[in-house]
Every structure is written in structure tokens, then in C-alpha cells.
Design a protein around this ligand. Structure first.
Ligand SMILES: [Zn+2]
Length: 100
């Protein structure tokens, strides 16, 4: 996903997921396989993306990930978490050294 809305949707969808619990192809851990209503903010972001002509997931359909998809999701989550931690550490170092 690209752009502001894409980043917002990523943040709202992305999470570590709950161990072996099934995860949704469309919404990651955000919907808990349709048992938890998607947040209003998430719905607004998806609607904004749809209006901008981007492909968006259906909001009322939930599809479980395969084991391979969950492994891939987990790898991407861990990589994004590591990137974020590195960026935060660099920012913190810059602040401590008075460069920020
Ligand atoms: Zn879902």
C-alpha cells in the first residue's frame, strides 16, 4: 500500500496476530476472523482508498489465511517491527547527540 491512507490502513491492520489463531486474508488480525467489528477509522480509511481508485479489501468478507500466508505475514510483521525499532533508535541517538 502506498500513500497516507495506505500507511494508515497498514497500521490499523498490522499486528503480531495471536499465535496459532486464524487470521483473515483481508484484514489481518484486525477483525479476528469476523468476530470483532472493524473500527470506524479502519472503515473510513478503506472507503477513502476506494474513492481514490485503489483496490481495497471487502469489509464484510473474511477469509482465513493458509499456514504459508500466516508465516509470510509473520515474517513481514517482524521485518517491519525491526525497521521501526531501528528508525526509532536512530532518531533517539540523533536527539541525544543534539542533531535533531
Ligand atoms: Zn476479516
Amino acid at each position: 500500500m502506498n500513500g497516507l491512507f495506505g500507511k494508515a490502513a497498514d497500521l490499523l491492520e498490522f499486528g503480531p496476530g495471536g499465535g496459532d489463531a486464524p487470521m483473515c486474508v483481508h484484514h489481518g488480525p484486525a477483525c479476528e476472523m469476523g468476530t470483532v467489528p472493524l473500527s470506524e477509522l479502519y472503515r473510513m480509511v478503506i472507503e477513502a482508498k476506494r474513492q481514490a481508485g485503489e483496490q481495497v479489501p471487502p469489509l464484510d468478507e473474511h477469509l482465513p489465511m493458509t499456514v504459508a500466508e500466516r508465516r509470510q505475514y509473520r515474517r513481514e510483521f517482524e521485518a517491519a517491527l525491526a525497521d521501526t525499532k531501528a528508525a526509532v533508535a536512530a532518531e533517539e541517538a540523533a536527539i541525544r547527540e543534539g542533531r535533531a
